[in-house]
Write a protein that binds this ligand. Structure first.
Ligand code: SAM
Length: 317
């Protein structure tokens, strides 16, 4: 097993299980990640070229990414994510937190995998938002293909007017929060490992105690007062970032601030994407480790980290 110093403040190109396997046990303070969701075309080998071309929605050649329903998706995801969660469990310090974004459809499988790996599911967050495209489809396209005459088609279309496939407009993403069991009491764990508690002075909205609902879009005065996080800056993603599922920096920063007890905690993301977790960790002064299988995305993360370095350069004049 290698020394943790060989991993700190580095990004690794490769399969996360392979890299996680090499990280020493009980060495990481926080794992914050956003794994592939295992919805169709978004499994652990997804890349932009495989995802449906979003500009071509007029002609339905195949269902857009994430829309095909298959009950095996959840089972396959569970089997794969259990292996990941077991490695995450091994490398986290006792009392360390494992935060993982998920999809409303497969959240139950994600939590079961985290739970079965040995974590205590302490709570879950909901990231609320209002802007998303409804994914439900009308069946008109399929009616057109039926071998019936036009009048029958028109009657069927009239009957099904307004009826669509059962997909809601998605307005939240769940975030699981598992904790590796503490080494003795909370107090003895903190004295020994300096992790395991939440910082209640990290407030949300108008100075409110941190809750399990988060939003970065203003939703309404009373809701904003309790749940609103600072609005993310327009330039936070980087100009060339075309990753499909970039997470808000404000949410990643918030989760790290809540749970990082040491000023130089080690924050790891095994599914780095364009690097939001590591950018959040670094901008808060913590150490980071990132793993990403796709070279193009790893490069996006590198660019975002170096932009952060440039922003932090002292003004010479
Ligand atoms: C949902 S995205 C993460 C997006 C990220 N949170 C951001 O803000 O940009 C998941 C990432 O996991 C990567 N990935 C998929 N399978 C992987 C594997 N086995 N090992 C490492 N990375 C993997 C994908 O290439 C993708 O970039």
């Amino acid at each position: 097993m290698e020394n943790i110093q060989n991993f700190i403040d580095k990004l690794f190109l490769g399969d996360s299980l392979t890299v996680l396997n090499q990280i020493p046990e009980d060495s990481i303070d926080i794992v914050l990640t956003d794994p592939p969701y295992f919805l169709d075309k978004l499994d652990n080998s997804w890349d932009l070229s495989k995802v449906h071309n979003r500009n071509n929605q007029q002609v339905i050649k195949s269902l857009p990414a994430g829309m095909k329903f298959d009950s095996m998706q959840g089972r396959d995801f569970y089997d794969w994510f259990l292996g990941i969660s077991q490695q995450v469990y091994r490398i986290l310090k006792p009392g360390g937190f494992f935060f993982s974004f998920s999809s409303p459809r497969l959240f139950h499988r994600l939590c079961s995998a985290i739970d079965d790996a040995g974590f205590e599911i302490r709570d879950s967050f909901i990231w609320l938002y209002t802007q998303n495209q409804p994914k439900a489809m009308s069946l008109n396209h399929f009616i057109d293909k039926l071998e019936i005459d036009n009048e029958e088609k028109a009657i069927l279309k009239y009957k099904l007017d307004g009826w669509k496939t059962p997909q809601l407009k998605s307005c939240y993403e769940p975030i699981a929060m598992g904790q590796k069991p503490t080494d003795g009491t909370y107090l003895s764990n903190v004295i020994k490992h300096n992790v395991g508690l939440f910082n209640s002075t990290v407030t949300v909205g108008k100075n409110m105690f941190p809750s399990n609902v988060l939003s970065i879009d203003p939703l309404g005065e009373s809701i904003d007062r309790v749940f609103l996080l600072p609005k993310p800056s327009i330039k936070e993603k980087g100009k060339t970032n075309d990753h499909l599922t970039v997470k808000p920096l404000a949410i990643c920063e918030h989760l790290i601030k809540l749970s990082a007890m040491s000023p130089n905690s080690i924050v790891l993301d095994p599914f780095l994407g364009s690097g939001t977790t590591v950018v959040a960790a670094k901008s808060l002064g913590h150490h980071y480790i990132g793993i990403e299988i796709n070279e193009k995305y790893l490069e996006l993360a590198r660019q975002r980290l170096s932009t952060l370095d440039q922003q932090n350069q002292p003004d010479l004049f």
